[in-house]
Design a protein around this ligand. Structure first.
Ligand SMILES: Cc1cc2nc3c(=O)[nH]c(=O)nc-3n(C[C@H](O)[C@H](O)[C@H](O)COP(=O)(O)OP(=O)(O)OC[C@H]3O[C@@H](n4cnc5c(N)ncnc54)[C@H](O)[C@@H]3O)c2cc1C
Length: 493
């Protein structure tokens, strides 16, 4: 029987990102996908600031930026949300197709030694105390693989979730979104606009020269999951709402989706874990799902790698569910709110007017912007320092190796003890094999933390491989550092 450290089911954005993280940490990862090949379809049309920062941390952003287009604003239930004053190096959404993101992640996963193995659907799972065994239903027979862990990144209908008996509770569909990527003979004057009516909404988005993404949102009908939506059906629905079809033709892709919102009640059962859409589904309002999956993968990767290597504390792997379950629950919550304020009728119109006024105020716009972009995430590190548990801002540093930004220090995906401006470097020799110590100078006297404001630059920070602060000190010395290292890096050597 074939052996590996981690089997990943699903070569979508979540599975690809997880494979890259595990390989960076030196762990063997076998990445399986049930499809015969990549479809080239693009559900997502963009990513938000925190995902750009995460891609930057791993050196993936520089290729993606020129393949996308910065868009200054996102939306909340269709109400414009300006991102330009968010304190990040990337205060905008990047309009970039999911197929392009997958292509870049595919390239990186292959380079790191974990290419997607296509036509390899997982069909059976058995686990015991020492490992997990999967059956893969390949075209010419069954293949069996044994691993220390299995991660289901196999999408909303996850076989891994079902075979493991994990409950997926939530709310049923009330709305149908219909989407077609088409060419237009008679395009509208504006390249991007949306319109609300009593029967539903429609929007037009010129994604690239030559083709448009048209979307219809119907509040008066719910299409069965798995039912077929033809191009002609789409055109009729669009025409009914818009009064024109803009001469749509040559469809590349037609699909429908719903606002069913469900979340796995557990992200881990023994040696089986879930991430991405396998763990949570929701309406694509605000464009958050792919971001959420990539961030699940980056939270899980280093924890799982340390667990496989045997260096992690007992609780480290469980902190994946503790940290990420509430984050997805918040996304489900905000997408339900966005559906509610998108419904037709005079009552919702009144609510939208009031919301629209509120969003014009800096505080509300800023708060919603931080939520949609996930820049305000705070994990519990048992410290009340305002930076602890939050993502460390991308400060410019001067290090003995030259100038570097915080995101650039994280390229190796190792924990980093960053000691600033000549403060005494805390001595922690028992962890030197597992962390990098970087002594750096920074001219930034104040660090801006989204959702907090400016704080004085700290004396030292322990960065987790995902870029969040595990320990922060404003004083020279290492009070509390040993405990933080034991929790997040593992027992002393
Ligand atoms: C219309 C629409 C627009 C969207 N727009 C955005 C957006 O702008 N921004 C955003 O962030 N998100 C957006 N999303 C959400 C985003 O597309 C998903 O959240 C994202 O694809 C999830 O990635 P994933 O890797 O978790 O799952 P998936 O992309 O679903 O990948 C799962 C993979 O698992 C494979 N698989 C399935 N079963 C098995 C099996 N048994 N064994 C092995 N492999 C298996 C599948 O073939 C697939 O390749 C949108 C979604 C929709 C529907």
């Amino acid at each position: 029987m074939e052996k590996t450290d981690v089997v990943i089911a699903g070569g979508g954005p979540t599975g690809l990102m997880l494979a890259c993280e595990l390989r960076l940490a030196g762990v063997r990862a076998t990445l399986l996908d049930g499809l015969p090949a990549r479809t080239g379809e693009s559900r997502a049309g963009g990513i938000h600031a925190r995902t750009m920062e995460i891609f930057d941390q791993r050196g993936l952003l520089e290729n993606l930026l020129p393949l996308g287009r910065p868009v200054q604003a996102g939306h909340f239930g269709g109400l414009r949300l300006d991102f330009s004053d968010l304190n990040t190096r990337y205060p905008y959404a990047l309009a970039v197709l999911q197929s392009v993101i997958e292509r870049e992640l595919d390239r990186r996963a292959t380079e790191l030694g974990a290419p997607v193995q296509w036509s390899s659907p997982i069909t059976e799972i058995r686990q015991d105390d020492a490992g997990v065994e999967v059956e893969v239903g390949e075209p010419h027979g069954t293949r069996r693989i044994r691993a220390a862990y299995l991660v289901g990144c196999d999408g909303g209908r996850s076989a891994v979730r079902k075979l493991t008996g994990i409950d997926f509770a939530g709310t049923d569909a009330t709305v149908t979104g219909m989407l077609a990527d088409v060419e237009l003979t008679d395009p509208p004057a504006q390249p991007f606009f949306g319109h609300r009516s009593d029967a539903g909404d429609f929007s037009v988005w010129q994604f690239e020269p030559g083709w448009y993404r048209l979307i219809v949102q119907r509040h008066d009908r719910v299409l069965e999951r798995g039912s077929n939506l033809t191009f002609e059906d789409f055109r009729d629905n669009f025409h009914e709402l818009a009064g024109t079809d803009f001469g749509m033709h040559s469809p590349r892709w037609v699909t429908h989706y719903s606002d069913a919102a469900r979340q796995a009640d557990r992200y881990r059962v023994g040696r089986v874990l879930l991430a991405g859409d396998a763990a949570h589904i929701h309406y694509p309002a605000g464009g958050q799902g792919l971001n959420l999956g990539v961030q699940d993968a980056v939270n899980l990767g280093w924890k799982l790698a340390a667990t496989v290597r045997g260096t992690a504390s007992d609780d480290l792997l469980d902190s994946y569910e503790t940290e990420r379950h509430p984050i997805a629950a918040r996304v489900l919550h905000n997408t339900r709110a966005q559906t509610a304020i998108s419904r037709p009728g005079p009552h919702t119109d009144a609510l939208r007017d009031i919301m629209s006024d509120l969003i014009d105020t800096d505080q509300v716009r800023h708060r919603l912007g931080l939520m949609i972009t996930a820049l305000d995430i705070r994990y519990d590190t048992k410290s009340d320092h305002p930076l602890a548990g939050r993502r460390v801002p991308d400060i410019a540093l001067t290090t003995p190796g030259g100038d570097a930004r915080v995101c650039e220090l994280l390229r190796t995906a190792r924990p980093i003890l960053l000691v600033l401006n000549g403060n005494d470097a805390p001595l922690v020799p028992q962890w030197h094999d597992r962390i990098d110590i970087v002594r750096a100078a920074s001219a930034a006297e104040l660090w801006n933390i989204p959702g907090v404001g400016d704080i004085p630059a700290p004396a030292a920070v322990l960065l987790r491989p995902d870029g969040y602060a595990a320990w922060v000190s404003d004083e020279p010395g290492n009070a509390g550092l040993t405990e933080a290292l034991t929790t997040w890096v593992g027992a002393p050597a």
